[in-house]
Design a protein around this ligand. Sequence first.
Ligand code: ADP
Ligand code: MG
Length: 696
Amino acid sequence: MSDLSRIDIKFLSGVGPKRAEMLAKQLDIHSFRDLLYYFPFRYIDRSSIYKIANLQGDMPYIQLKGRFLGFTAHGEGARRRLHALFNDGSGTIEVVWFNRVKYIQENYHTGVEYILFGKPTMFNGRYNLTHPEIDVYKPETEIKGLQGVYYITETLRNRSFTSRNIRQLVENLLSSVKLIDETLPDEIIRANHLMPLDAALRNIHRPESVQALNKAQERLKFDELFFLQLNILRYTKQRNSSLQGFTFNVVGEPFMNFYNNHMPFPLTGAQKRVIKEIRNSMRTGRQMNRLLQGDVGSGKTLVAFLTILIAVGNGYQGCIMAPTEILATQHFATINAMAEKIGVTVALLTGSTRKKERERIHASLQDGSLNILIGTHAVIEDNVLFRNLGLVVIDEQHRFGVAQRAKLWKKNAVPPHVLVMTATPIPRTLAMTIYGDLDVSVIDEFPPGRKPVQTLLRYDNHRNSVNRFIGQQLQQGRQVYIVYPLIHESEKLDLRNLEEGYQQVCETFPDRKVCFVHGEMKPSEKDYQMQLFVTHQADIMVATTVIEVGVNVPNASVMVIENSERFGLSQLHQLRGRVGRGADQAYCILMSNPKISADTRKRLELMTETSDGFVIAEADMKFRGPGDMEGTQQSGIAFDLKIANLARDGQMVQLARDVATAVIDDDPDLSKPKNRLLADGLNSLFSRTINWSLIS
Ligand code: ADP
Ligand code: MG
């Protein structure tokens, strides 16, 4: 059979140029293959016919067989609708249409026996049926078994092009194609008990049975995930074998000096383990690409610092890249204070660094007198040249685009080791798919003495008691964050929301000093306001999510999040991590509009029940879908999975990963004859997409 992706859909019987244009525009269906992979989003059981008299409770989609008793049109213009009574001998049901009135009146008639298909809904104590599918009843063509329902756009529906039309086109296609080409070698199909592709594609559209449908779904999910993994692993292998890295032979003097004489506290077991993992991969001679996951407050900064000291001890420079100026500044303060003790030099470079200072930094980077550079995006500007950059630490990785990271690599002939730190725990299935090639280290232990932040969900009508509570904490000398959501930092409306909030806070706590930070401020003003809070000249900080990352004020004990229903779970978790950094009990108060959906309430309640970042990340992915997860948009890889779901199909991801690993281990460039199908499959699937895994 020829390549179905090369056959224009307009050549399918029942399509033609006009419909082809419509299918392309509305459903992104251009070729035979596109239609074949346009799967039903659900199935309906057409094996039985209901009696109207037997309808009860919440009904699923069902079919009825009977006759229309008459049609009546009501209303005018846009409000025009059509009512009909439909009788099947056992009873009568009302059928309603809100559009296509004329079409229905012209095409359907009383006295003809029809099969109606739809979901009866209760209205005023009686069932009715809105916009059912209608077929003339013919005993010989009675439809049996499961039938697919296809997603259709509103525009198509208005042009009387429905799920049924798609079904018809799929029928035409399936009967015109004798055998759909297999994409997997026999060996893999047999070893994993997969359904052959031809059968899977036929069954996904018109299942022979529920079992067959399950097998078909399984096979198609496997295909999707397997090729994705194969693609990632293929490039990983190539990169691992081609990319040289610096060999850091020794731990070095700065590390030992600091470790023996200046440690502010003993490392946790997890910090020690992670440092060992990093140390080991930096001496292999291959470039390290490591993701360091650690919940907020788990002590990643110290790990980063010690890691950089290893680079310095081997004669290289290190660089820390942070997503915001505030965070970069704070890292600089923390790290500079530690580095000073052992004579290691550190500089801060951000967008607001003065020209003179900038020039000094550039010079000291190039002559090698500067050991560590900390900064924002400014550090990847083209004119920032290092003498010998050995290690780059990227904090809060999800804020950086892949392209930006790639830019860092170009700073040397040999790429520096890369340590990406994130407090967003990325569910395993997702990590495997986005960062297929990154090694992962996890800090799964908090420094001793931390009490989990107590999290409370409060509605706007509890504001008085919340304010009383805040007052008590302030009375005890503690500090408080109050955070407002910003959807887009530039939206004027959001800013007004924040400013009003600020006014209210000032009025509620008239004898307290309140500072105010948002993303649109000039960096110098922002710094000034932050500094007020850090030095405890201010008791309350009213802010947007600019404080989400990085601010470290151990004396702050309360985090109030306004309109928490507008935040994602992972974001709430990040914000919550801003408190509870000292040894005392800290609180996070999620304020919410009382009018929220049951789902939203469940989400917020989950926050009050767990402080486990991984549980929260998994839940976030389930609620929002992986496409919305931070990190996925920028990863650029094929996330338009048609049938597999990274949140729900974890086991299948693992299986696909294992099978792909075995294939690549055996035949890294897929040149063996038995893998020809796989090589072809990859080429046709991924030839047009950029290979992000090469630079992630
Ligand atoms: P994050 O992982 O969120 O970046 P930080 O590195 O900011 O966390 O560390 C959070 C706090 O814990 C800081 O105040 C830091 O000084 C402290 N800390 C880090 N490691 C330890 C440790 N081993 N023992 C005690 N406190 C620690
Ligand atoms: Mg941090």
